[in-house]
Design a protein around this ligand. Structure first.
Ligand code: HEC
Length: 121
């Protein structure tokens, strides 16, 4: 029973929240996703065209999305995409952000849940 409860707690802590993820992707003060990516579903008229549309990323498996958002440098050493779950190798970090990743694990889960919810296949 205790093991079952522990499992339920872990599962709920990792489950992403689609609504929170949607708000985070649209948030220009924290995620900045739409600075570089477009996403029609976000309904924002000012979207980036530097990076592939996020709608097409929705097809990726949750783990693949997580790894890319956490640290795109693993897949492209020269990427311009910020590493949202790593502080390795960063320079000129503002004092308030020293030693802190840009997103928490929960926020990453929320964004992954939102992007997966856009998969229209
Ligand atoms: C400064 C620009 C920039 C920002 C901000 C940015 N990205 Fe990216 N992202 C890119 C680029 C460019 C690529 C294409 C791969 C590469 O060049 O490394 C990419 C690739 C990706 C991919 C992989 C796409 C694929 O089809 O393989 C995902 C998923 C992704 N970004 C999600 C996000 C999310 C979610 C956010 C916000 C939390 C975000 N990105 C913020 C520039 C950015």
């Amino acid at each position: 029973m205790r093991a079952l409860l522990a499992f339920a707690l872990i599962a709920s802590a990792q489950a992403g929240d689609v609504a929170r993820g949607r708000a985070l992707v649209a948030d220009r003060t924290q995620s900045l996703c739409l600075l570089c990516h477009s996403l029609t579903a976000a309904g924002d008229p000012n979207q980036g065209n530097l990076a592939p549309p996020l709608q097409s990323a929705a097809r990726l498996a949750p783990q693949d999305l997580r790894e890319r958002i956490a640290d795109m440098r693993r897949f492209n050493a020269a990427t311009v995409m910020p590493p949202f779950r790593s502080t390795d190798g960063l320079r000129d970090v503002a004092p308030a952000w020293q030693g802190r990743a840009a997103l928490t694990e929960q926020q990453l889960d929320d964004i992954v849940a939102y992007l997966r919810s856009l998969d229209s296949r």
